[in-house]
Design a protein. Sequence first.
Lengths: 649, 649
Amino acid sequence: MTSHKVSFDIVHEPVQVPTGTLLTEAARLAGVELLQPCGGQGRCGRCAVQVLEGTVRRRSTLRLSPEDVEKGYALACQTVVEEDALIHVPPQEKIERRLTSDLTAATVTVPSGYDIQFDQTVRRVNLSLVPPSMDNQTDDLDRLLTAFRQQANLGHVTIPLPLIRRIGSILRENDWEVSAILDVHDLIDRSYNIERLIDLQPRHFSDETPIWGVAIDIGTTTITLWLVNLVTGKVKAQASEYNGQIARGEDVISRIVYASKNGGGDELRSLVLRTINDLIEVACKRASARRGDTAYMIKPEDIVKATIAGNSTMIHLLLGIPAASIRLSPFVTALNHVPLTTGHEVGLNIHPLGTVDCLPGVASYVGSDITAGILSSGMDNTSNITLFMDVGTNGEIALGSREWLVSCACSAGPAFEGAGVLNGMRATRGAIEEIWINSKTHEPTYRVIGGSKPAGICGSGLISLLAELFMTGVIDKAGFINLQLPTKRVGEGEHGPEYVIAWGEETQYGKNITITHVDIDNLLRAKGAIYAGFRVLAKSIGIEMEMIDQMLIGGSFGKYINVEKAIQIGLLPDMPWERIHFLGNTSILGAYHALLNKTERERIEEIASRMTYIELSADNSFYEAFMSALFLPHTELALFPSVEAAMLS
Amino acid sequence: MTSHKVSFDIVHEPVQVPTGTLLTEAARLAGVELLQPCGGQGRCGRCAVQVLEGTVRRRSTLRLSPEDVEKGYALACQTVVEEDALIHVPPQEKIERRLTSDLTAATVTVPSGYDIQFDQTVRRVNLSLVPPSMDNQTDDLDRLLTAFRQQANLGHVTIPLPLIRRIGSILRENDWEVSAILDVHDLIDRSYNIERLIDLQPRHFSDETPIWGVAIDIGTTTITLWLVNLVTGKVKAQASEYNGQIARGEDVISRIVYASKNGGGDELRSLVLRTINDLIEVACKRASARRGDTAYMIKPEDIVKATIAGNSTMIHLLLGIPAASIRLSPFVTALNHVPLTTGHEVGLNIHPLGTVDCLPGVASYVGSDITAGILSSGMDNTSNITLFMDVGTNGEIALGSREWLVSCACSAGPAFEGAGVLNGMRATRGAIEEIWINSKTHEPTYRVIGGSKPAGICGSGLISLLAELFMTGVIDKAGFINLQLPTKRVGEGEHGPEYVIAWGEETQYGKNITITHVDIDNLLRAKGAIYAGFRVLAKSIGIEMEMIDQMLIGGSFGKYINVEKAIQIGLLPDMPWERIHFLGNTSILGAYHALLNKTERERIEEIASRMTYIELSADNSFYEAFMSALFLPHTELALFPSVEAAMLS
């Protein structure tokens, strides 16, 4: 096969690739990071590059204008090399590396009455062994097991081979006085891990010496990690970072598509591991610094237990398990209940023999982020009929009480996270987070995160914008822009009808920030899918929307939603605002509780097993509910009495 | 640190090493194999090399004459580099790669009534899963576990992560019809491995399709492997090879010394793994060929279970566990009972998740070669008082019956394997294996293995020689050579008094084959230690030597021992010859029985736990017994009535 030289203008070395190689693959080999938020499906247009020399074959030019193609632009994920080529890589969108949640680490309350002795699976025991002598030639391992039996009442300790290799020297170097870290599972029925030795450490330690664990929430967009002292239960450091997989797809579907390609699964696995391992480093440094004792540094390998929540796709990709079946009918996971595993097996940079506990999910689109979220929301323990929603990329919803639980996923898509919206962006510096429109002049006012010039609009900004546009008559209930309004803000733009929120001179990049009809349509679909989900869930157990006692909203994004506006666009059901509660990141909180307390861990198992999953794509009533929810606030205005009242006022 | 160029005349590339590097290390880096039978202690002199250019520092010149040193000879294991040097490597002794036991594979009888269903831990089950649908969205893993429960009555199957990663594609590619290989332990109380899935294979198989296992005996000198069809119990191929560690030490002590050096343990581990993995390849090829069906090849990864016997040092080195404590008072192992592990963990080239079962030993010098040997000898099941001995490098002995078992190791050393004897060699082509001396002329006659010119004397030859020398008066009962005899065969040689068995012109290398006083002394010590062991064991339970009903001798070497001569030198106790039985390699036979039958496997566990180990180095009576056994046949001639009678005749 002929091979060609492909040069990229932003790196020194060209690469040699055979005919037919995708430009994205050539870029990867050359060490060029190209964003592929759609997972390489040619849908998003973010991987566009300019071919300066040589000809290429374009499989698709979707998202490129004829002028772009004329200028040599090509979608790298859809373009194959056919001869030597020189490629110009336009500046890639930088992810602003300051997450709101990473800056404002909340104080986490230790669950009251936490007691490592009763609640925790991990324990440390000090052992004093009788040294061997000519009268007592028992082997080291048996000597150790006897000490476990006699001094700690542990009769079935299993010791992995890597640790067996070190026992002899540890015992001898410490005069047969050692302490052991074990993970003891007496509640969870997983026969394989009854009493597992994780580490044997020199000398005895006081009961106050910390034992380290981490709770991790792997979101499609953001990964959050809490470093916890398992002795006191206290969270000693928090850290968040964008999931390193983002550049390979913004939603789970794009990730699955990317993972299903040759080598894609391995790449996504190493990307998420890199992010988590970086967060572990960061958290260890932060906690070490806080102790103020320079002699005492927390090292990643001091962490002996990790409890992980995440949607099913994230868990599959983390463990290197093919996720393709999640995306294809009949939409099943490889597994919902992950056996306990170890840091080494997973590739986490904690103690190699440290326990890794991936919490159980329910279905392809209702993962352990939801079961953990339900645990921390407490909805499985209340007599109130509760609607739970994790505002995130996937639109998972649960409805229930202590009597019953049902759930579904509405494939809302990431529109409210800024994807699929021309000027959408994540909630970072430069994002417009709230907008007000003058009902007379139709002139907007807005607030920008960080106070700088605006660069785009984030989710809460979009909700606010949609509500204002509707309530001031800029758009009608079907989302059409009224082009007859006497203002320069509305008009036909490059992408069709649009409303201009900020003129070029006010913005960071000198270009208008607008919302187009296509954007509005995407937002209506997203909110319509979520509300339709609410109704189908309610209907599935035969209750009406107004019978719902409270609504609990998880996800750090939720904190910034203006409830009034969210109801006005029909995203949230119309209920007294005081019954709507924003809980923040319920997934990490649930993982934290499961990390600390084996009874809570069992409770998640119970939540996962008793929750009924409703597959919306197989439910005819969903399509009907979705169609009637595509209007503002809804076709059936009676469902939104407060909005009706406001419109009349 | 300064670095020097060291060149070896038998390889192209020189190596760069820092000042102070041992020549053996430099040789290793240069890819030069130097024999180090003593483990690099400077005792054996086999690693002598000649320094042609440059000066070196010799830590020890033991085993080198002043003339050797004059000529530039140096012991590579005791010599460090101080400047650039050119080294001549004399031709290394080649190990003749044809073991007797490898040539004459015996037919092994399958234990009567063997039934895979009842006896075997490994089993295959065919499963037919209900495919997922929109009405049945259970995840793959749960679907599989349900099938195990419903179709195979297996309710606690654990599945390792590497296999979980493959479940989805295996199920889908085979229309949800698969077969599973599991290891099910219902007798052995090791909670961690109740029902472990080893492999999931496409399609269904008939009950007759073979399932492959291996029994392995890791001897200090020789490794033997049997490839077994676990369905029928039949041994389908046998293979033996010298243990690749030999070049790094001939006995266990030398190996432990070598392993304790920097990197030595890793090197010895990979050497033994290489030998075993080669044997696995060989056995698979032999069994494939025998099936006569070229389409059906047995591959190493088809092997799903390996049962291993070996002395404690061999097992430690195989598993990468430090063995230093075995050698140092109070002589304890890191472990005698090895938890079940896997091919991947150990590094065996079988199925990565295949079970590896290292059989339990008793003490530092009574390993699982002995417990397995006792099992196959049946001495734990008889009412006869039985003396069991594994003729090998280490001189392990057991005494007992179904009522009681005691054992000891007499550190006999490898004299009877040819080490520590000037013209000693292993029992390969060219070894003198039997000798007769004319009692009048004192002229010898001998028989050589393979019928060629002699190259040295092997163990059975040495026993025969010692007996003949004694019975014909060439040596006295203390082993002194009678230099007054009227024959040119006796005289003062280069190494002191000697008897010439073959003149230079008759031998392979043109040099006399002799036995020296030093050699005889070493042999007396070896046989004395063994016989002293017998007596101490008997005494420990209060019986006399003549109360022993039978003697069972394991080890392939045993087959060639002439009983009469062995009694004449006092190596074996004087009892009617028909009560002495040679059993061949009892260790591999025991491993084979344990591989097949879980009840037999339990029996080894029971043998190991009820056997009392007597530490001879802590036993004053041993020294006494040893001193009186240093004579031919013994100080107390009354113990050897048949020899006394023969001497008088």
